[in-house]
Ligand binder design. Structure first.
Ligand code: MRU
Length: 346
């Protein structure tokens, strides 16, 4: 299995997702600041993987603090956490991972600082291990929605590379195949970072799962031809009413799926739910540099001086979402009630 991220002795080792599939190289982060930069630069990306990286980052940050008492240790840890939380704004899992680590430190405030650091190391490892188990449970629930012999369209990469392993949306595909169903994937290339072309296609080919690459603008064509049985995507943040923030272009796919009567499923861990936010309108959308749109693989494709926009995510209104698949079960409309119920069953 691909190791997206590992926590070795004093090192967060990540496969560099800016260089896949051409090069399989690893980036070692030794400080919380380095982890923050890796998140910002998309060396590691995908909401659950960001949550895992954040937890490991906090543990590395804690290790670097020299303090004798909790009261001198914790404020410094908190300052580092606040800075890390700024790395990317949309993925709910970033704040989730950081908060979980802060709670761990506080729960062990009676211990020595060295012991707290050890607890934080264990917690970060637990976050990583749990993520893989959570994805397998998402897969188990989700595969029940996939009929045999079907084509699943996905956008971006919500696979092993976007998590600690197995994936959310692609976890559903993997579980359906493990259950004996014949499933193939139609992968949107996902401009401008090409998570679909570079990452989804790569990891599915590594697992011998049939996959066909299309450009984002082709999804409607394939739906109209009857070539798509279901859409399954991941999520960066899900509001209380079921509005879903995910990679830019997801809304377009959802609207088309609705028009063609194709089920549109969102697969995400409960840690991606943000029930403090009533609707998608309040979800912060990351704006990246227009330059990333103008340049493709280091090559300028538009005239010098082109003004380009790059909102990295969009919000799919809950009315277009057929079901939300989590590790605790499947939520269906009305999401205000079903998501709340899932959140409470923890
Ligand atoms: O900018 P990215 O690559 O971090 O965006 C990733 C996505 O939009 C994923 O679909 C989402 O984080 C879910 S990953 C399981």
């Amino acid at each position: 299995m691909i190791k997206t991220i590992e926590y070795l002795d004093g090192v967060a080792r990540m496969i560099d997702q800016t260089r896949l599939p051409q090069e399989k190289v690893y980036v070692d982060c030794r400080t919380i600041e380095e982890v923050g930069r890796a998140i910002q630069d998309l060396v590691i990306r995908g909401a659950p993987a960001i949550g895992v990286a954040a937890a490991i980052g906090v543990s590395l940050g804690a290790d670097g603090i020299e303090a004798d008492t909790f009261d001198t240790f914790y404020p410094r840890l908190k300052t580092q956490c606040d800075a890390l939380a700024q790395a990317r704004p949309t993925a709910a899992n970033l704040a989730w991972g950081i908060e979980r680590m802060k709670r761990t430190a506080q729960a062990h405030r009676h211990l020595s600082v060295d012991q707290i650091k050890e607890r934080l190391r264990q917690e970060a490892l637990a976050v990583l291990e749990e993520d893989i188990q959570i994805n397998r449970r998402i897969g188990q629930h989700g595969q029940e929605l996939i009929t045999g012999d079907s084509v699943v369209l996905t956008h971006c990469n919500a696979g092993a590379l976007a998590t600690a392993g197995y994936g959310t949306a692609l976890g559903v595909v993997r579980a359906a195949i493990e259950a004996g169903k014949r499933v193939s994937v139609l992968a949107n290339e996902t401009r401008p970072f090409f998570q679909g072309a570079r990452l989804t296609v790569w990891e599915l080919m590594e697992d011998n799962i049939p996959v066909k690459l299309i450009t984002d603008g082709m999804s409607g064509y394939f739906m109209m031809q009857g070539g798509v049985d279901a859409v399954v995507v991941g999520a960066d943040r899900i509001a209380a009413n079921g509005d879903v923030a995910n990679k830019i272009g997801t809304y377009m796919v959802a609207a088309l799926a609705h028009r063609h009567g194709i089920p549109f499923y969102v697969a995400a861990p409960v840690s991606t739910l943000d029930l403090s936010i009533a609707s998608g309108e309040a979800i912060p959308i990351e704006e990246r540099r227009g330059e990333e749109v103008v340049n493709v693989a280091g090559q300028r494709i538009a005239p010098e001086g082109t003004v380009a926009a790059y909102p990295a995510f969009d919000v799919t209104p809950h009315a277009l979402v057929t079901a939300i698949i989590t590790e605790r079960g499947i939520a269906r409309p009305p999401y205000g009630e079903s998501l709340q119920r899932l959140a409470e069953t923890g």
